[in-house]
Design a protein. Structure first.
Length: 391
């Protein structure tokens, strides 16, 4: 594999200052258990498991992807005026054209969807009514998928360096800028060339890639910028079983104007089993590391500055996060999805509310009771040396 190499002296240090202006405030609104099964397009009941990513489709409609499968779910989410989830309606499963380790999804930008439609028509095929982008770490790739039929429509090129990923720690997060100009993705934990994975008391460094929408979905030339992001170490926990801790990036939310929310998830063979953290980053003045072939762990001067906004041990494996509609009071809904991880814990939706222009707020105490209850349940079910889901 060939990488573009440049000297460290040619890379400007990253801006390590916090974002200008008042910070958003994020607070927990509530949780809602999802059903264990849903009906496929032919009406047959199919299991729901391994939910890894979620995206907002507009109005009250959402889609979530299952890892290591060929399925995604679509549903309507009813929320109270304050953003707390009330009910899920019209839940259905879409079977995709191929089984892959899907991790996250995002709406296909309009101009990219238009190009896909033209290409399908040029081939004498019916144009998709709506498509989404899905990242998967099997090959790895970002793929366009017909949301109605599940057909795979093509691939958005990714930087070659992402091809050399750690098993089960590859492309995990996907987001699209509000103006549809760029796609964002990130690996969960460090690429082998960049440094070690997270271990107890030590974090890891991943690459955030901003990919300009190419002229065609199968174009080979595209504008890409990469940023180095340092993930926090795994959370502190009381050990109850053998096994190692993990910590990585599991979701991105693009806010526009070079700002993103980054969802970190850490897991451990103990109590609490999981911790979720949301950080705000602004890459407007951050260093582009796409010309550096590795060892990003050693380049702290190039790491993007991040500002903590929220953290909690909810007692569930929060894997996906997306921006939703506005709620009463002017805040924006954030909707997360929790992976049951094969541990007997439920599939869950988690809603939060983000208010702009507020003082920073640490909500780590919220949900403590839920974390204790979930952790206790999980401890009773631990039967293997590696109890935490790594999806």
């Amino acid at each position: 594999m060939l990488f573009t190499v440049c000297s460290w002296e040619g890379i400007a240090p990253a801006d390590t200052t916090a974002p200008d202006g008042p910070l958003p405030r994020i607070s927990l609104a509530g949780t809602l258990r999802l059903p264990d099964t849903a009906h496929g397009l032919n009406g047959e009941p199919l299991p729901i498991t391994g939910l890894s990513g979620i995206t907002w489709l507009g109005d009250d409609r959402y889609a979530a992807i299952m890892d290591n499968s060929d399925r995604l779910i679509m549903f309507r989410l009813e929320c109270e005026a304050d953003g707390s989830p009330r009910a899920v309606q019209d839940l259905a499963i879409v079977v995709l054209g191929r089984v892959l380790d899907y991790e996250d999804l995002a709406p296909c930008p309009d101009r990219l969807a238009a190009r896909i439609a033209r290409r399908q028509q040029d081939r004498g095929q019916e144009a998709p009514r709506r498509c989404v982008l899905i990242c998967e770490e099997s090959t790895p790739a970002i793929r366009a998928i017909d949301l109605a039929s599940g057909a795979l429509l093509g691939i958005v090129p990714i930087p070659a360096i992402f091809n050399a990923q750690r098993p089960n720690r590859g492309l995990e997060a996907l987001a699209v800028d509000p103006d549809g100009a760029h796609v964002w993705t990130a690996n969960e934990e460090a690429l082998p060339v960049d440094g070690p994975p997270a271990v107890e008391n030590e974090g890891t460094v991943v690459r955030l890639a901003r990919i300009a929408i190419p002229d065609a979905i199968d174009a080979h030339e595209h504008g890409t910028v990469e940023f180095a992001y340092a993930v926090d170490p795994p959370h502190r926990f009381f050990s109850v079983a053998a096994g190692g801790a993990l910590s990585g990036v599991v979701a991105l939310v693009a806010l526009g104007d070079d700002r993103l929310l980054v969802l970190e998830r850490s897991g451990a063979p103990g109590l609490p089993p999981f911790e979720s953290r949301i950080h705000l980053i602004d890459v407007a003045r951050a260093a582009d590391v796409s010309g550096i072939a590795g060892k990003l762990t050693e380049r702290a001067d190039l790491h993007v500055a991040k500002t903590p906004l929220w953290r909690d041990s909810l007692g569930c494996n929060l894997e996906g996060l997306c921006l939703g509609p506005r709620v009463n009071g002017g805040g924006r809904l954030l909707v997360g999805v929790a992976d049951n991880g094969g541990l007997g814990t439920p599939n869950q939706l988690v809603t939060l509310v983000m208010h702009e222009g507020a003082e920073a707020f640490d909500a780590s105490w919220i949900g403590a009771a839920a974390a204790l209850a979930g952790a206790t349940l999980l401890a009773l079910r631990l039967t293997s040396p590696s109890p935490c889901s790594t999806r």
